[in-house]
Design a protein. Structure first.
Length: 395
């Protein structure tokens, strides 16, 4: 059992707000965490994918009023989005009775933006919390300098904790199939599973590259707007990330297309048929996979409302990740997969362009040392801790 860093964040949010929404992809551990929360509180748990539990909410006001003195956990809330209207009235009634906090814990397998479409009526009454796959700090992989198992298998708990690489790989293949055949149709128009699988695989091959919807559409024999809609759905399901370009008032031609990443490294490898480190190490996606893995880990520890982007000019000045942090701070992060990080001239040119407060080169090792007067070489584990310590991120 791995204690998730977001656990205390959820408890604190329940002390502040009447409703808390815990958002993350399916099988990331939301239910396990919610049931842990339930052991500390007088709680009622409803799995809204189960017919019997959905029937209990045939009259949601009656059922929830009967349990108004308990924490009600509503799992897979997207199955009955109409309940949000009832929650608003119940929360407002409860406030008048002095029941102001800790009433509803909502679990959802879609993005905050998508859930907000259902829950606009709860504005000012709900706090949203992201829960992603396991991170380097939660697993404390073998040693601080060796997150290889987490990188290869990805952060979904059942995959990471599998008895063998083969078991982990089979889990991830089943995960992909389940999403394609069962979960995707719940959130969007009917999309042929074969088409979406081909697109997902192409995105894995394109890990860290600029998104070119027209090129992808040509390979799928469909239109660019259709491909963009499919990618929107994968983004909403928290399976794919579009990293936007950095916007700056710089008189240089900037690359404007977003970069695309399959968010979990283990899913990336499964889509490409890479079952273990030996297969990954000889594949062209090796460096881009590490880059995506680092980005997802760092963003999981970035403070609330951090803006993430990349920087690249047509002349080749480039930084893999720019974090716009609280108090106007800006960190630049270059990502290298080897043990001897050696940034290109484009990295130093980009530093001159954007003048970050701090700059780092993240690599696969664990040592930490200055590369120049303004840039530090650092391991992923150490930089994640640096974010926490610098901005008091509670995890």
């Amino acid at each position: 059992m791995i204690k998730r860093g977001v656990y205390q964040t959820v408890l604190q949010a329940l002390k502040r707000q009447a409703a808390v929404a815990l958002i993350g992809p399916r099988q990331v551990g939301k239910t396990t965490l919610a049931l842990d929360v339930a052991t500390e509180k007088d709680a009622v748990y409803l799995d809204l994918e189960a017919t019997a539990d959905r029937e209990k909410l045939s009259d949601p006001v009656l059922f929830l009023t009967h349990n108004e003195n308990k924490l009600v956990i509503l799992d897979e809330i997207h199955r009955i989005p109409e309940i949000f209207q009832a929650l608003r009235g119940l929360i407002d009634q409860g406030r008048r009775k002095g029941l102001k906090t800790g009433r509803f814990l909502i679990l959802g397998s879609a993005s905050i933006d998508l859930l907000r479409q259902f829950g606009e009526t709860l504005a000012g009454r709900i706090e949203y919390i992201n829960m992603g796959p396991l991170t380097v700090l939660e697993t404390n992989s073998k040693s601080e300098s060796d997150p290889t198992q987490l990188w290869v298998r990805g952060g979904f708990p059942d995959s990471y904790l599998a008895a063998s690489d083969e078991d982990s790989y089979v889990y991830r293949q089943n995960f992909i199939r389940t999403y394609l055949e069962r979960d995707v149709p719940q959130f969007g128009p009917r999309i042929p599973a074969e088409t979406l699988e081909r697109l997902w695989i192409m995105l894995a091959h394109s890990q860290g590259q600029s998104l070119n919807a027209s090129k992808l559409a040509g390979s799928l024999s469909t239109s660019a707007p259709t491909v963009s809609n499919y990618i929107d759905l994968l983004v909403d399901l928290l399976l794919v990330r579009r990293l936007p370009p950095y916007h700056a008032n710089i008189k240089k031609r900037l690359i404007k297309a977003p970069r695309i990443y399959v968010r979990d490294s283990g899913i990336t490898h499964a889509l490409l048929g890479l079952a273990d480190y030996n297969q990954l190490s000889g594949h062209p996606v090796f460096g881009a996979s590490w880059e995506g893995f680092v980005i997802e880990n760092l963003l999981s520890f970035a403070p609330f409302q951090t803006k993430a982007s990349f920087y690249r000019t047509s002349a080749g000045a480039e930084i893999d990740l720019i974090l716009e942090l609280p108090a106007g701070k800006r960190w630049a992060v270059e990502i290298k997969s080897g043990l001897t990080p050696n940034p290109t001239r484009g990295f130093y040119s980009a530093l001159e362009d954007i003048q970050p407060d701090r700059s780092f080169v993240v690599y696969s090792g664990g040592d930490r040392y200055p590369l120049t007067e303004t840039t530090e070489v650092i391991g992923l584990y150490a930089l994640a801790n640096e974010l926490i310590e610098s901005f008091s991120v509670k995890r």
